[in-house]
Design a protein around this ligand. Structure first.
Ligand code: ZN
Length: 347
């Protein structure tokens, strides 16, 4: 079984050390994979930049050019909490290009699956602007790569705790990409309601399951088992891409969901099983968020193990502590979302 790994030193150079989305995230993940010996078991994927022509598959040329110039001039704020530095354009181009290479290798059978340890992340990046620490939409560009190679349909499962508004927006009117997200209701960027389902050819190709504060492993797993996997079975993608954020972990400082590293192992195992069932195992896992360093590293280790078909090496040392009333509220939202999607999609 060949599992690829995307990583490049350039990913460490983007950003500022005081920013929550900083190089220590990837350093922690890589150190953990090296320590457990998993790093050596993964096949290196070429880290090459996407060309500006390729970036323009999903981004507007004016935005690409503006970002290039901003970075050439030393960087600056791009709105909200998103800051570019002199190295951001290079790092973001290589992050996108490497995910595209990995998509190509997985689509063509050179790899069974791949884990893309990239930054900056991508799922908030819109066609015409950076947003939410994201500059180029890595998952969308990977999906476009597979489509360009003749894969008829691609599915993107986004389990980052934030809604992937950029990815949803890019494919909202298209039928060749299914975008499915589980995320925290009411959190940044405030999008991703159950009623956002796509338009025109994309109608029914966007599916959101927002859950309030306190969602646990079992709630994400139920969303997969009762809505997402049945939809994937019907859609029959030729490639499954996961926008894998780990900021839903109970230790994460940016959000209020309460998953564990064991839960992320189960989610990744479900993704692998589903890809095996539907598309010869073709699976691409692309890092998005995750800001508690120990939790992020543990979750990435567990995802790697799941891709290799193995159990976790150790249980999560942290146990979520969620008030029963919050759990009851999550369950109410989940029941409602499942009922709406079941009726809508005749599941
Ligand atoms: Zn996130």
């Amino acid at each position: 079984m060949a599992v690829g790994r995307v990583f490049d030193e350039l990913f460490l150079e983007h950003g500022e050390p005081w920013h929550v989305e900083n190089r220590s995230r990837l350093e922690a993940a890589v150190a953990r994979l090296r320590h457990s010996g998993l790093w050596e078991e993964l096949e290196d994927v070429p880290a090459l930049p996407a060309s500006e022509e390729q970036l323009a598959w999903v981004h507007e040329p004016d935005y690409i050019e503006d970002l290039r110039l901003i970075c050439q001039n030393g960087g600056g704020w791009l709105g909200g909490d998103t800051v570019a530095t002199a190295t951001t354009f290079g790092a973001a181009s290589v992050a996108a290009g490497s995910c595209m290479w990995a998509a190509r290798l997985v689509a063509e059978g050179g790899l069974d699956s791949a884990l893309c340890l990239v930054r900056p992340p991508g799922h908030h990046a819109l066609p015409n602007r950076a947003m939410g620490f994201c500059f180029f939409n890595n998952a969308a560009l990977a999906a476009e790569t597979a489509l360009a190679l003749g894969v008829p349909r691609v599915a993107i499962l986004d389990w980052d705790v934030h809604h992937g508004n950029g990815t949803q927006d890019i494919f909202y009117a298209r039928g060749d990409v299914l975008y499915v997200s589980v995320h925290q209701h009411g959190l940044y960027p405030q999008t991703g309601t159950v009623d956002e389902v796509g338009v025109d050819a994309g109608t029914g190709r966007t599916v959101n399951i927002p859950l309030p504060d306190g969602a646990l492993d079992r709630h994400y797993l139920r969303a997969l088992d009762e809505v997402i996997v049945p939809l994937l079975r019907r859609y029959r993608p030729g490639l499954l891409i996961v926008s894998a954020g780990y900021d839903g972990h109970c230790s994460d400082p940016l959000a209020g969901h309460a998953l564990t590293a064991d839960g992320y192992h189960q989610l990744a195992a479900r993704a692998r099983e589903t890809a095996s069932e539907l598309c010869d195992g073709r699976l691409l896992v692309i890092l998005e968020g995750g800001y508690s360093l120990d939790a992020l590293a543990h979750c990435i280790e567990n995802t790697t193990l799941a891709l290799l078909g193995r159990p976790p090496l150790m249980p999560d040392p942290v146990t979520p502590d969620v008030h029963p009333l919050a759990v009851a509220r999550v369950e109410k939202y989940l029941e409602q979302a499942i009922a709406v999607h079941r009726a809508r999609f005749d599941l």
